[in-house]
Design a protein around this ligand. Structure first.
Ligand SMILES: Nc1ncnc2c1ncn2[C@@H]1O[C@H](COP(=O)(O)OP(=O)(O)OP(=O)(O)O)[C@@H](O)[C@H]1O
Length: 270
């Protein structure tokens, strides 16, 4: 789905060229769930915006959804296949009702008018918003707005969804709701790149990628990240209780595979 090799990206800061991506290589297969993390300003958003053609790398190669992004003619198709869900629920809606909001994206892509209504109701049903199709968007909660953003991505039949800290402005219930929806879509075959700063979300992901200062410094299983790398300590992360207890067990000689990553693992151990 994504084959990025040695990507570099610069932004201009007055006269200076600011290196934002410094040789990022990552391969994300179709149907994978990958969590991407790293401290503020390390380049996560810049990287994912590169994946769907919003940023153009200075060098390196990038195949996204099977298309070479160096070719300008491929960029529109990649933007459709790889959709971003952003942090701020308020900033992602353009229509005055959920129905109109999803319609906007479809109209832009020249979707046949005759089939549009059916398609919109189908994706709104998929995210549990069918009953609110014709209500004012201003009455939707943050979580409902994020679900609406996801519905718009689904309407365009995106193969990959990239969630850029998409739950960070939601309350715990909204956060769970969006994470559950993302998991459901993943189970149905959508490739998911989940950008997060939350330790428990890293622990629950099958694969975690960590960036610092424009570089990918870890790419692998969370168990390796938390128990055989010194990155959590080096980056000053506040790890979960499960991992803190796991560290103590590791020191006592427990095998890595048995160490807890999540609260559920910990409960099972106790
Ligand atoms: N359009 C831009 N023009 C100039 N500099 C930018 C631009 N966008 C981002 N930057 C800079 O590039 C660097 C990486 O920013 P980016 O938003 O990719 O980081 P991030 O890891 O997503 O951070 P956060 O977690 O705060 O969202 C930062 O130094 C940022 O200030």
């Amino acid at each position: 789905m994504i084959e990025a090799k040695d990507l570099t990206l610069f932004f201009r800061d007055g006269q200076r060229k600011l290196p934002v991506l410094q040789g990022v290589t990552i391969h994300i297969g179709r149907g994978e769930w990958v969590a991407l993390t790293g401290s503020n300003g390390c380049g996560k958003s810049s990287l994912i915006r590169t994946f769907n053609g919003l940023n153009l790398p200075a060098s390196g190669s990038l195949i996204a959804a099977g298309l070479d992004l160096r070719e300008p003619k491929n960029r529109m198709a990649v933007k459709q296949q790889i959709q971003l869900v952003f942090q701020n629920p308020e900033a992602q809606t353009v229509g005055s009702t959920p129905f109109e909001d999803v319609a906007f994206g479809l109209e832009n892509r020249g979707y046949p008018q005759a089939e549009m209504g059916k398609r919109i109701r189908q994706v709104l049903r998929q995210v549990g918003l069918e009953h609110k199709a014709d209500e004012s968007v201003s009455t939707l909660s943050g979580g409902e707005r994020q679900r609406l953003a996801i519905a718009s991505c689904l309407a365009l039949e995106a193969e990959m969804l990239i969630f850029d800290e998409a739950t960070s402005m939601l309350d715990p219930a909204g956060r769970r709701e969006i994470a559950a929806l993302a998991h459901e879509l993943w189970k149905q075959g959508t490739t998911v790149l989940w950008v997060t700063q939350r330790m428990e979300e890293l622990a629950q992901s099958p694969r975690v990628a960590v960036m610092t200062a424009g570089r990918l410094v870890f790419d692998g299983e969370p168990r390796k990240l938390f128990y055989s790398s010194d990155l959590p300590q080096a980056l000053g992360w506040q790890t979960s209780t499960a991992v803190q207890i796991g560290q103590l067990l590791l020191e006592q000689g427990w095998p890595e595979q048995q160490l807890p990553l999540t609260e559920a693992d910990l409960e099972a151990l106790l």
